[in-house]
Design a protein around this ligand. Structure first.
Ligand code: AMP
Ligand code: ZN
Length: 116
């Protein structure tokens, strides 16, 4: 656990969150400022700052996250969804604990305009 990390504190239960899924490796909760009718954040239960720091030692967490996303999408009947990871400031990463946004419940555009 990183004492200065918001998502480490959420995982530890020190800051409240609306949990949607948990197992030994993964924690998932509702985004506090949703951009779609469904907007969840899936995080590893170990502090990895960003996608750049995924390596052979910790990449099993990423597999577990995508397994968890598949389970939640099944149990919540999410026919269609988008998984987003922002890595670094220009990409819009604001919390430096690796996380995957799962957004669903609306028709989504794709193309240049979707990159803002
Ligand atoms: P990113 O900008 O990709 O780093 O995503 C960080 C996300 O965390 C944003 O979508 C925020 O709305 C969300 N967020 C920040 N604080 C909280 C919190 N306390 N509980 C739930 N989501 C949060
Ligand atoms: Zn952390």
């Amino acid at each position: 656990m990183n004492q200065d990390c918001l998502f480490c504190k959420i995982i530890a239960g020190e800051i409240p969150s609306a949990k949607v899924y948990e197992d030994d490796f993964v924690y998932a909760f509702k985004d506090i400022e949703p951009i779609a009718p469904v907007h969840y954040l899936f995080v590893p239960k170990t502090h990895i700052c960003c996608a750049k720091k995924i390596n052979a030692e910790n990449s099993s967490y990423i597999a577990k996250i995508f397994e968890a996303i598949a389970k939640v999408s099944e149990s919540e009947n999410l026919e269609s969804y988008r998984v987003i990871n922002n890595c670094g400031e220009d990409a819009g990463q604001s919390v430096m604990h690796l996380h995957f946004h799962v957004v669903a419940g609306k028709k989504m555009g794709w193309g240049k305009q979707s990159l803002g």
